[in-house]
Ligand binder design. Sequence first.
Ligand code: ISL
Ligand code: CA
Length: 601
Amino acid sequence: MNHFSYLFCTIFGLTLTQQTLAASVSTQVNPTPKNNESVLPWWKTATIYQVYLRSFADANGDGIGDIPGLIRHIDYLKTLGVDTIWISPHYDSPNIDNGYDVRDFKKISSDYGKMADFDRLIHETKKRKMHVIIDFILNHTSDQHQWFIDSQKSLTNTFRDYYIWRNPINGKPPNNYLSFFDGSAWEYQQKTKQYYLHYFTKQQPDLNWDNPAVRGAMHANMRFWLDKGVSGMRLDSVPTISKPQQFIDLRDLNHFGQYYAQGPNLHRYIQELHHEVLRDDQIFTVGELFGVDYKHLGLFIAPERQEINAAIDSHLIDLDHDKKNYWKHRDWQIREFRQIIQKLDNAIGERSWKTFFLTNHDNSRMISRYGRDSGPYRELSAKALATILLTQRATPILYQGDEIGMTNYPFSSINEFQDVSVLHLYDRVVKKGNVSPDFFVSQARLLNRDNARTPFQWDSSKNAGFTRGKPWFHINNNYRTINADAQLNDPNSIFRFYRQLIALRQQRPTLIIGKYRDVDLNNNTVYAYTRTGKQDVYLVTINMTDHPQRFYLPKQSSIIETLLQNSGQEPSVGATQLLLGPWQSGIYRLLPPKKTSQSSQ
Ligand code: ISL
Ligand code: CA
């Protein structure tokens, strides 16, 4: 769905001083003075951990993860070293799309607990100097939201214009728009003889942001949670909120996501949102910018535009999806992987900011897609990928379970899936198309969102310690070996390696904000890049293959210190080349050639 031209632009050129770097460690959770760019805001130095509530930890035994379950494990997260928790939608919802269909923005889902539990979560995290950010869904509500219930009643209902209704054209939908999850983006309603627009499932009608009353009501919903003490928000599907004035047929339906991301009033509405709700410097907003081309990212995140603080970009996460048929797996190369990262870094520029992640709740497991989820390199590849994740010029987002190397689930039949997107696709592609069920399932096994949604593997007891009841979803059988309990006290575990990386990043701010440069964009074996600050230069190397590889350091540079490797002998001081074992990763401080340190910023 995402086809983009590879244009990019470096927009700004601010230089951060070494003092800035030093300051960033100690000011991590302290307020940032307004308009003072010499101190980094907390969200640049933060390490975010995404919690998919439904699958994290169940405290009351109903088989569904909940807020009390999360509270029980805050100290686990603290031990890991993360300081910010992003929780998946926690609102009252009929759960057609696991909470991304909100019935009531001011109510907690009864699956997840009560408002008092949410307040306790805020209290317990603040006590530990941690932040909570919530997922806010702007583009649509559930069809069971009171606004939509009223909107459907008549053409003249006060809430009619809260959604997007249009007359049929020649007895058909107003235009050929497709929904992301299945078929036409228009659903006919018999009673008032009009269609309503839904970019996602038909149970997620799109809000009409052109209506000032909608904007005002949504602002109030957001303020409600900020007043409760959340530190920020992930803005779900934010680029789709502004709709075209006329619904004209799209000529190229392969790229529809891109058109939806370019509504005429988009930036006006985001700026208004910023002005009305998000102005406080301490509030962190991160936008899910899917469908946005590299060259347009700056429009959302350039600081002086006062829109969103950081981008969640989807180019990298789409790498293993076929461009035309998103459900189909695509073979990818290491050089494509690193080229996307460099392009993205260029596009973001010096002053804007992004997040970096290798999976989330909409994708398969990171170790299964980029590493080796079985065989001799399972643990090493998990650590190697963690090295990538935590040494980018971005705020890293860890997805729950990656820190213990959780893998994809071995789905073998369509009946084992629950994700609404895969079930719709199956109907269209297999039942009405000419794809065999086996082939379809083989692709979903590699790519589908349900892979990331199996319950967290806490220990080797029944149900992996996730619940004492009947889990809502399959638990991967490998929990007996892959679980948090087994890793917490094992100094060589994946968990402990993550912990080291997170701490290292805090100690060496150049790993957070230093300039990023890939040292060999066409190399298809060893991904390597430098991170350059005013006074220090680091080299990160990751052998992304199952074979040993020799790597030559950039000209005239040599190693002066080894900070962290996932395996192998440390190179000697002065080394100018490395012999890397399969999936070996390392972070080194370099003696830079004079020119590099001066021309770096
Ligand atoms: O998940 C996808 C494809 O299977 C993505 O295209 C996804 O729909 C897109 O990134 C928007 O995602 C967000 O909004 C959706 C919700 O289902 C996703 O979980 C959420 O991340 C609708 O609210
Ligand atoms: Ca529960």
